[in-house]
Write a protein that binds this ligand. Structure first.
Ligand SMILES: CC(C)(COP(=O)(O)OP(=O)(O)OC[C@H]1O[C@@H](n2cnc3c(N)ncnc32)[C@H](O)[C@@H]1OP(=O)(O)O)[C@@H](O)C(=O)NCCC(=O)NCCS
Length: 200
């Protein structure tokens, strides 16, 4: 398989791929300065044939842009063997689940999401495509997270909350109210500091 994105996140993805038994052929990265990451070569062009791939880029919008380019990729889903994932969880293609993450019963996670180290996603949560749940973030039961939203490191979201699309939830925030689309929220309790629709 190949990893698209020779970044720090790409290093973590490589170790999860290794732990899952995949053979990594190379990274793909547009940066011509990158030649080797870990022990793997970095290609600067997309191979012309069908390949198995994971987009190992933390930026949610860039992952979506690459997917929209319709390359002949077969996206793999990577789950670290030390993640605890209920057998009743649905994971979309291209999603990666990192070590120590826990995903409980009846959760649905979309495509190309990142469930980062030690993140906790409780029962019945629904995460749309391109979501990133950062290390040590916790979602209570029945939380919904819209496309492209980033939940920051150590943030907590109480049960039943709906967070819109393309939001950023700051590191350590405590979310006790629903969050509209495209907002940045920080603090305890979480307050909107930036929003397109609210013109903040
Ligand atoms: C929320 C965040 C995106 C804001 O970044 P930004 O848009 O560049 O905003 P700024 O740094 O200009 O901060 C704006 C204000 O919010 C405050 N603020 C920023 N992040 C905050 C946070 N996490 N908690 C509390 N306050 C925060 C700043 O102190 C500043 O306050 P001020 O206006 O009173 O000075 C960023 O600070 C953050 O927390 N990102 C998450 C990073 C993360 O979890 N990474 C994990 C990678 S795996």
């Amino acid at each position: 398989m190949y990893l698209y994105g020779a970044s720090g996140h790409g290093k973590v993805a490589a170790e999860i791929a290794e732990a899952s038994g995949y053979v990594i052929e190379a990274y793909i990265d547009e940066n011509p300065m990158k030649e080797k990451v870990l022990s793997y070569p970095v290609l600067h062009e997309i191979p012309p044939h069908d390949i198995e791939i994971l987009i190992s880029i933390g930026n949610n919008r860039i992952r979506k842009r690459i997917v929209n380019q319709d390359y002949p990729f077969n996206y793999v889903t990577l789950t670290h063997p030390r993640a605890i994932i209920s057998k009743r969880v649905k994971l979309g293609e291209g999603t990666i689940v990192m070590p120590g993450a826990t995903i409980n019963a009846s959760v649905r996670i979309g495509k190309h999401c990142i469930i980062n180290t030690n993140a906790s996603v409780d029962h019945d949560c629904i995460l749309d495509d391109f979501v990133h749940i950062s290390p040590n973030a916790a979602l209570g039961g029945n939380v919904q997270v819209g496309e492209g939203t980033h939940i920051g490191i150590g943030a907590s979201v109480i049960q039943g909350i709906t967070i819109g699309k393309w939001c950023t939830i700051g590191a350590g925030a405590i979310i006790i109210n629903d969050v509209p689309d495209e907002c940045t929220v920080v603090g305890n309790p979480g307050k909107v500091i930036k929003s397109k629709s609210l013109k903040i």
